[in-house]
Design a protein around this ligand. Structure first.
Ligand SMILES: [Zn+2]
Length: 92
């Protein structure tokens, strides 16, 4: 699960990733290849300052919210440990 929000590298404005970008990010993480439609150097203009953010960097998660990703990872780990504990408890 990747962050659905990114920060503009210039003005730090909080932006939401489009579903398309999220999908491409997940596919890339899973080791797949994404097909580029149109210009591979495409950028998304920040609605706040107009800074062109490279789509490739968004997909790579370079502009993801740092804290959000961490919290999500911790939650996933805690759930995994809890589930593992339950499995062990019931299997003995
Ligand atoms: Zn900006």
């Amino acid at each position: 699960m990747s962050s659905t929000q990114i920060l503009c590298p210039k003005c730090r404005q909080l932006l939401h990733k489009s579903v398309d970008l999220e999908m491409r990010g997940e596919i890339k993480k899973a080791g797949g290849y994404t097909i580029h439609l149109g210009d591979p150097q495409e950028t998304i203009s920040c609605p706040s300052c107009g800074f062109p953010i490279p789509v490739e960097e968004i997909i790579d998660g370079k502009h993801d919210l740092p804290q959000g990703g961490c919290v999500e990872t911790i939650i996933v780990v805690v759930i995994m440990i809890a589930l593992f504990g339950i499995i062990i408890k019931f299997s003995t």
